[in-house]
Design a protein around this ligand. Sequence first.
Ligand SMILES: [Fe+2]
Length: 418
Amino acid sequence: MEPSTQKLIHTFGALADLGQEIAGTGDFSEMVRTSMHLLLGTLALRRGAVIECSGPGPLRCVALWGLGDQALKGFEIDEAGMKSFLGCEIAESLVRNTSTGNVFLSRYRDKLTGEGIELVVPMVVRGEVTGLVLLGGKASGEEFSNDDFETIRAMARHIGVGIHTHRLLEQLAQRAEENRRLYDDLRTIYRDTVRAFAAAIDIKDKYTQGHSERVGKYSEIIARELGWSEDEVEGIQIAGYLHDIGKLIVDRDIINAPYHIDAKSSSELNRHPNAGYEILAPIRHPYADIPFMAKHHHERLDGRGYPDGLTDQQIPIGAKIVALADSFDAMTTDRPYRRRRSFEDVVVDLRESSGTQFDGKVVAAFARAILKEVRGETKDRRITKMLGKDYLEGEHVQTLLTDLITDLEGSHAKAQSL
Ligand SMILES: [Fe+2]
C-alpha cells in the first residue's frame, strides 16, 4: 500500500475516533484532551493545546500536551482578535507568518514562538470562534503539508463542534435548573397564599382557631396512610386548608353564633361548600380536584349530607378524607358551648358513623396512622402536637384503636366477599 494511502486511512480512522469521542456523553475536559491527543498522534506533533473562547476576555486552556502548565497563562482575546480569525486561511494561522495582519498572532507572536507553537487554528462554529487549537511542529522536523492542513482543519472543526455542543447542553441544563427553581418558587408562593387564606378563614371563626390548618394536616396524614403519591398528598393538604373557604362569604355572626342557629341561618351557613367551589373552580391549581373536595366535604355516604346529597360511590375520595378530618377536629377541640370529647367517645362515634357518614376505609386508615404514632413508630408526633400531649395517653388508647381497625377492616372484608 502506498504510504500516502496508508496515511489517509490512518487519518480517516482518527477522524472517526474523534467523531465518536465528541458524540460521547462523558466528561467534557476528557473529551477535549482525547481529541487533542488524536490530532497530535495523527500528525506526530510534539506539543499542542486547546483553548476555549466564549467571547472577548481571558482564554481558558482546556487541554495541554508537551507544554508547561503556565505556558498559556494570561492569554486574552478581544473583538478584533476574534475577527481576524474569521474566514482566515489555515496557512495564515502559521505563527511565523507576519504578513497576515492577525491581531492575536501579532500580539502573542514572541510568546508563542518561545513556547514552540507554530500554528494557531481557530475553531469556528456558526460564524463564531469557539476556541483555538495551538500546535507545535512535527516531531520529524518537516514543514506542514497541504494534506496536514486539511487534516488539522477537519479535526479542529470536530473539536469546535464538540465544545459548541457542550456549551449548548450547559446552557440547557442551566435553563432547566432556572425553570425548576421558578417552579419551586411558584409552588411556595401558592402554598403560602393558601395558608394565608386558611388563616383568614379561621380568623373569621373565633372559636375554631387553626381549624383549617389542622384539617389540612389530618387529611395529609390519612392520604399518606392510604398510600397516595407525594403529589396527591400535597393536593389533599391544600384541599384541607381550603375546605371552608366558602365561609368567607357567610355572615360573621352566623359563623360565630354560640348555640344552635335557626333554619334560615343554617341554610345560609350550608351555602359555604358551594360558595367554596365557586371561589376555587376558576383557579388553576397545581393539584387535581381541589374545588370538588371543598364542595363535597359535608356529604355523607348515606346521602343525607349537603349540598348535593351524594352517596358513597358518588363522593370523591378526597372529599371523604377532608370530611373525616373536619369532623375529627370539631370533636377534639373545645367550643364555647361544649368541651371537646374524650378519645373513647370519639372512637365510639367513628365506629357508629362508619358506613353512614364516613367511609370505613378512610376511618381505618386514620386509626392506623394514629396507632403508629401512639406506638412511637413515626418520625415526629404530629397528631399528638395537634391534640395536646395528654389526649392520647394511656394503654386503653392502643386497644381502642386496634379494636376499631379490626372491626372496620373486618366489615370491609365481609362486604367485599358478599
Ligand atoms: Fe365546612
